[in-house]
Design a binder for this molecule. Structure first.
Ligand SMILES: *Cc1c(COP(=O)(O)O)cnc(C)c1O
Length: 428
């Protein structure tokens, strides 16, 4: 490993042979807080947001951070202070936004399975909009709102039936998915929504998938959504805002996803051509705001050579970093202490695995590493869909988290203890 910057991770680099997030050495953080430990770069998150803001300069646009990517309170607070709204998918996420100081008037509520209790709470605090995903949900939401003497602002999530060319588990805009309302059903569903007493139609939305690394599926989806806007408005139902969801990919291995401002330059040019450039636009990015801003530091516990494979057993596991087990996803894994040049030959090829009792508990296959027990490794691109998906499997406490701002490091989440995990349990 040389001392150049890590591709795709602009605020994470080796300085004097030590891997640093901004101005802070990861080895120092590991010593202070132990491992596994998530470390985030505040500047990286704000730079990712700024790329979208730059793309939307001069437009009426609202960025709603899809907080399921990483819902830690400090991260929500950072984005709220930077002017973001939030895309939530549960009542729990609503509580988190409010606890972090986010404004209810900039919250949109997505998801196929909102409960009546969740709807009621969202109506009480006055969120901006419900992204409704089925006809039955429209009826229930209308009834809940009417029973409270309120009118619920709604957008309907349409399924444009385009292939985002990503992993099947994270593609959401194809016909066979559980998400959204089928393209051909859209106009009658809008007519039904407009007829219900507890609803006010305010927008349309789509979200075609995640970790999308080409622009073409977005352009296709936009064409199809704009066709629908025209058809709905032809029925006398005005569409105030158009929400294109999230999904932009980040750097994991060798992908070169488009930059947010480049993506939006092309999308805005299509919107302008079709006469929708001055509409209120919304987006729901998650991964692309936080993914490359975070790393997970882990310590090598044991090296276990075997006839077929060499195992590098580390103290982080599938409960901390679930993406490899869930989606066969790739995370870069690099040493925290850069190797001296000339020692690369000593590297062996390892399966990097955690301590959890599952064969699916792996973090990386066939990684060339020159390591011994006690060494620290950094798992890259760990800012999105890691901590927010972390579990307590094997009664492992969830990691601590640190936010770095320049040369300052702040503990934003303490490591979970066994007592924390048992708090709500009772003996018979
Ligand atoms: C998950 C999700 C997003 C965010 O997706 P990313 O790929 O993280 O940008 C946006 N909108 C909806 C409805 C989602 O479910």
């Amino acid at each position: 490993m040389n001392t150049s910057d890590l591709p795709g991770h602009p605020f994470i680099a080796y300085q004097d042979g030590q891997l640093c997030v901004e101005g802070v050495r990861l080895a120092d953080l590991a010593r202070e807080h132990s491992t596994p430990l998530f470390v985030y770069s505040q500047a990286s998150m704000l730079a990712a947001l700024a790329a979208y803001q730059k793309g939307f300069a001069g437009r009426k646009a609202q960025i709603c951070y899809a907080m399921k990517a990483n819902s830690s309170l400090s991260i929500l607070q950072l984005f709220a202070q930077a002017g973001c709204g939030f895309d939530i998918v549960s009542g729990g996420e609503l509580e988190r936004v409010l606890a972090a100081g986010g404004s209810p008037s900039k919250i949109i509520f997505s998801g196929v399975g909102k409960t009546r209790t969740e709807m009621r709470h969202a109506l009480e605090v006055g969120i901006q909009c419900f992204n409704v995903e089925s006809e039955e949900e429209l009826d229930v939401l209308s009834a809940v709102a009417a029973s409270m003497g309120k009118v619920a602002p709604v957008s309907i999530r349409v399924n444009p039936n385009v292939d985002p060319k990503t992993h099947p588990y994270i593609s959401t805009g194809l016909k066979g998915n559980k998400f959204g309302v089928a393209h051909e059903r859209t106009v009658p569903v809008y007519q039904h929504a407009a007829s219900l007493p507890g609803l006010k139609v305010v927008g349309i939305d789509c979200h075609i998938g995640s970790q999308i690394t080409t622009i073409a599926p977005y352009l296709d989806a936009m064409d199809r959504v704009l066709d629908l806007v025209a058809a709905i408005e032809a029925q006398g139902i005005p569409i105030e805002h158009i929400d294109f969801g999230g999904g932009l990919g980040i750097h994991y291995e060798d992908t070169q996803p488009p930059k947010a401002d480049d993506l939006w330059q092309q999308l805005l040019s299509k919107l302008d051509t079709r006469g929708y450039g001055q509409r209120h636009l919304m987006i729901e990015p998650g991964r692309s705001l936080v993914g490359n801003a975070g790393v997970c530091i882990t310590e090598v516990l044991y090296l276990k050579p075997s006839e077929q494979k060499n195992f590098c057993i580390v103290d982080a596991a599938m409960n901390d970093l679930p993406r490899p087990a869930m989606y066969q996803a790739f995370h870069g894994i690099v040493p925290v202490q850069a190797q001296a040049t000339g020692t690369e030959g000593a590297a062996l090829t390892y399966e990097v695995v955690g301590p959890v009792c599952e064969s699916g508990d792996w973090l990386g296959h066939d990684r060339d590493l020159n390591v011994k027990s006690g060494d620290l490794l950094a798992v890259l691109s760990a800012g999105a869909y890691c901590m927010s998906m972390a579990s307590n499997y094997n009664t492992r406490g969830r990691s601590a988290e640190v936010m770095v701002d320049g040369s300052q490091a702040k503990l934003i989440r303490e490591r979970e203890t066994a007592a924390d995990q048992m708090l709500r349990e009772k003996l018979i």
